[in-house]
Design a protein around this ligand. Structure first.
Ligand code: DO4
Ligand code: MG
Length: 279
């Protein structure tokens, strides 16, 4: 059965909603075997009509996380490798991307603390000192403290292409700032995901489609559990963590502007929507 967690009190099992007591995200996501825990706990939870569940979701949906850190993998799709080689040509950094795409060790970087993460429906930001900005639609894993993949959500790794393209050493400034990430609208609780899963992006400006793209997980060069294994080398995560798996969609000749609406969908999980602000 498909289990989805839009919030720590709301569980969706095959389109049936159950409302539970106020649980703590850290306590919940920090457990191993989340699916069996939820199966057991939810037996006493109240059934909720889908209309009530939907209005609850609309009213108070927050990013499905407690104090977990968000990390990200990069250059895991050929499309990302090529786009980055192009944008960093003048800086002479192109070679790094090609090498990391082929290397055994993946690119992994720290992405966001919870306070920098936007809620579904909230604002993600572009920086005032950046001239070229894109959302990066990424399958995002929930990983348990022991390093097991427990679930998947939709992630947006907001990125400044002008800052990263100027010099790869500027990566933390291109990637980590207030409102640089968003995850949600729920966590799909399962330890693996089908390779045929589609990821799509739509960006609307003044109500009109301004950019779009599509990919699927057959294009992801590394297995989710393999990426999790690298992240857990030399690192511990007492309440688990999230890991974005990299982008396979890079819109051509496009930069985000304040007010744009971003919709990222992953088949079987849902759609993460955010508007763009300026910081
Ligand atoms: O090398 C920089 C970041 C790569 C990235 O975020 C991605 O490929 O998704
Ligand atoms: Mg990315």
């Amino acid at each position: 059965k498909l289990y989805k967690l839009p919030s720590q009190t709301l569980l969706e099992i095959e389109s049936e909603f159950l409302l539970g007591p106020e649980l703590d995200w850290d306590d919940l996501l920090g457990r191993e075997n989340l699916k069996s825990l939820l199966t057991k706990e939810s037996q006493t939870w109240d059934k909720l009509s889908s209309a009530d569940a939907e209005s609850l979701i609309k009213e108070e949906l927050l990013a499905p996380m407690g104090t977990q850190e968000i990390w990200a993998a990069g250059v895991t799709y050929y499309r990302s490798r090529t786009a980055r080689m192009e944008e960093s040509q003048d800086a002479g950094g192109a070679d790094f991307y090609d090498k990391v795409y082929a290397a055994d060790r993946p690119e992994l970087f720290f992405k966001a603390t919870p306070s920098r993460v936007s809620s579904p429906g909230g604002k993600v930001n572009i920086r005032k000192d950046s001239t070229w900005d894109v959302p990066e639609p990424e399958l995002t894993m929930l990983i348990s403290p022991s390093g097991k993949v427990q679930g998947f959500t939709v992630g947006n790794d907001m990125s400044s292409r002008s800052i990263e393209g100027e010099n790869p050493l500027y990566l933390p400034q291109a990637k980590v700032y207030q409102g640089c990430a968003s995850i949600g609208p729920c966590i799909l609780i399962q330890d693996s995901i089908s390779e045929s899963t589609e990821i799509s992006l739509e960006i609307y400006r003044n109500g009109e489609l301004a950019a779009s793209g599509k990919t699927n997980l057959t294009q992801l060069k590394r297995k989710p559990q393999e990426l999790a294994g690298w992240l857990f080398r030399g690192n511990t995560f007492p309440v688990g963590c999230f890991l974005m798996t990299g982008t396979g969609i890079v819109p051509d000749d496009f930069t985000l502007a304040k007010g744009d609406e971003i919709k990222i969908s992953i088949e079987g999980i849902g759609t993460l929507e955010n508007t763009v602000g300026l910081i």
